[in-house]
Structure formats: structure tokens, C-alpha cells
Design a protein around this ligand. Structure first.
Ligand code: CA2
Length: 148
């Protein structure tokens, strides 16, 4: 089972700015945590980060041919992008939306997500652990639908 992890705009800054909001782990640390979890779950991951919406849309389309699902932190695109919603629903692969911060406790413009209602699940507020919990939930769901 192969899953693509997508990090949206600015997430490459993780660990270098705003540690009070996003924690001290870098994006490489998050990916390493996920790789460890993936090994124990027996799944394969690939990672993608871009600051460009169109590149993310193209990645989702291309990766959908080789992955069964997506784990996505859309960054600010969460709150703006009908195009990302359309891309993810269009490829008909389940995805879990994750956020490092508790977006519900932040500015009102972060309270709405264009993705949550079409996601298989959403995890937010646990820092890097949001990704790990999201991956576990996603794999459990895939295994329930498609037992080995
Ligand atoms: O909490 C999250 O994971 C967010 O998706 C992060 C986005 C934000 O726009 C969402 O509302 C919530 C921001 C990603 C930018 O990441 C940075 C990391 C360190 C320093 C500056 C930005």
C-alpha cells in the first residue's frame, strides 16, 4: 500500500519560524517520524512539498496513478482552494487532512476548510503528531475497505 504525503505552501519553513505556533520540528523531522510510523504499519510513503498551488494539483493528478491515498497538510490552501478540493475529489482517492496547529482556536479565516467535508478524516492541533495520527487513521480505513 502506497500513500502520498503532501505538504502545502510554506511548510518548508517548519522549525525555522513561529515555533510557538508550529513547533520546533523541521519538515525533515516530520517526514522521518512518518517514515518510522509507515515502516511499523507496513506501508510505503512518498513525500511532496510545494509553494505553488498548480504544482500541487499536478502532483495529486500524477500520483493518483501510483498511490491509494493521500495524507495532506494543505497549509493556507485549506482556506482558499476550491481547485485543490476539486483535484482531490477528482482523483477519487481517500485523503486525510492534517494540521499542526489547532486551526479552530486561531483567526476566524482559518476556521473554514474547503477540504474537511470531503476528507476521510481530519486531525488538527497535535503538532507533528497530527500527521502520525492521520496516517494511522488513513491506513486503518484503507485496510477496513480492502482487507489484505
Ligand atoms: O496548522 C497547520 O498545519 C496549517 O495548515 C499551517 C498553515 C496555515 O496557513 C494553516 O492555517 C494551518 C501555514 C503553513 C506555514 O508553515 C509555517 C511554518 C513555520 C513558519 C511559518 C509558516
Amino acid at each position: 500500500m502506497r500513500i502520498a504525503v503532501v505538504h502545502g505552501p510554506n511548510l518548508r519553513l517548519l522549525g525555522r519560524r513561529e515555533p510557538a505556533v508550529y513547533g520546533t520540528e523541521t519538515l525533515a523531522d516530520v517526514n522521518a517520524l512518518l517514515s518510522e510510523e509507515a515502516a511499523s504499519l507496513g506501508v510505503e510513503l512518498e513525500f511532496f512539498q510545494s509553494n505553488h498551488e498548480g504544482e500541487i494539483l499536478d502532483f495529486v493528478d500524477a500520483a493518483s496513478a501510483r498511490v491509494e491515498a493521500f495524507l495532506v497538510n494543505p497549509g493556507a490552501l485549506t482556506h482558499t482552494s476550491v481547485a485543490l478540493r476539486d483535484a482531490l475529489t477528482g482523483v477519487a482517492r481517500p485523503f486525510v487532512e492534517v494540521h499542526l496547529s489547532n486551526t479552530a482556536a486561531r483567526e476566524p479565516f482559518r476556521h473554514h476548510s474547503f477540504l474537511s467535508d470531503v476528507a476521510a478524516g481530519v486531525v488538527f492541533g497535535f503538532g507533528a503528531q497530527s500527521y502520525v495520527l492521520g496516517l494511522r487513521g488513513l491506513v486503518a480505513r484503507l485496510r477496513k475497505v480492502n482487507p489484505a
